[in-house]
Design a protein around this ligand. Structure first.
Ligand code: HEC
Length: 263
């Protein structure tokens, strides 16, 4: 019998314990998102310091705000490390700094000043294509024709084709668009490193040459695509040109002879 009582006592400790972080709206710790119980809370609320954690509720127990009794959650800064000075750049991340603002004049300045630092070769060309197909083609389409799967499904309006009115977008402008987004296109700065953005810029600029550009896989194909357009009948024209010149030369010769003869 006694063991049953002690078992009940133990059970009530668990049941009441589960209620300790009350879901009752009058409770000081009421939080509608809190299920009211936690298994092994130390798994969720870190005892070690979490960098830059801000303690916001002084009434909360240390469990809930990442504060141990040794943590300075009631101190002057209520944070276990200080926020870096504005403009601080992490070591090795200098290229993440983008000085152009997210507006039309920022875009225009980026277009004027920025040069793509990535050399175009077979590897960078294919890497740009691969990244484009991962991050952009569901809207812009694999061919860059503005008919990606989301557009075809009617989820977003078409962004337009790269070789249409977007044909003349400069490298820096495209980089600005990827970094900040434009209209309903969101920013891709958190998904793509600056280097990856420039790789994609190269590929977008290849696609600006036309709908067939998406098939290109090597520099020789790229060079063939960008070679100046040949006139339709180049041989005929050059033949005509030389005959015309020869005729003139002959005419000049004969006049010269005539003149000499007269003298
Ligand atoms: C969610 C769909 C979506 C995704 C994903 C997307 N775009 Fe766009 N993009 C758009 C739309 C829509 C526009 C037209 C925005 C406008 O002009 O208002 C646009 C416009 C552009 C423009 C032209 C901006 C200008 O100067 O007018 C470029 C360049 C561009 N996107 C490149 C990219 C690249 C590169 C990626 C991949 C990293 C990408 N987009 C991903 C929807 C998308």
């Amino acid at each position: 019998m006694r063991s049953i009582y002690s078992l009940l006592l133990l059970l009530s400790v668990f049941v009441l314990g589960a209620c300790s972080h009350s879901r009752h709206p009058d409770s000081l710790w009421y939080d509608p998102n809190n299920p009211g119980y936690e298994y092994a809370p130390a798994m969720y609320h870190s005892y070690p310091y979490e960098p830059l954690t801000q303690v916001t509720n002084e009434n909360a127990t240390s469990w809930y705000y990442n504060s141990t009794p040794y943590n300075d959650y009631k101190g002057k800064y209520k944070s276990n490390s200080l926020t870096p000075v504005a403009g601080t750049i992490a070591r090795g991340k200098l290229d993440y700094y983008f000085e152009y603002e997210n507006n039309d004049s920022g875009r225009a300045m980026a277009a004027r000043n920025l040069v793509n630092p990535i050399e175009l070769n077979d590897y960078t060309l294919n890497e740009g294509k691969r990244l484009f197909n991962l991050y952009c083609d569901h809207c812009h389409g694999e061919k860059g024709d503005g008919n990606g799967s989301l557009v075809e499904a009617g989820k977003i309006p078409t962004p337009g084709e790269y070789y249409g009115k977007l044909k003349d977008r400069e490298a820096g402008s495209i980089f600005h668009t990827i970094t900040y987004g434009k209209g309903i296109m969101g920013s891709h700065a958190s998904q793509l490193s600056p280097e990856q953005r420039w790789l994609i810029v190269n590929w977008v600029q290849i696609m600006q040459h036309g709908a067939e550009a998406y098939k290109i896989a090597s520099m020789s194909e790229y060079e063939a695509l960008t070679a100046p357009a040949q006139s339709e009948t180049p041989e005929m024209e050059s033949v005509q040109d030389t005959t015309a010149v020869e005729e003139v030369m002959e005419a000049v010769d004969s006049t010269n002879q005539m003149v000499e003869g007269e003298i």
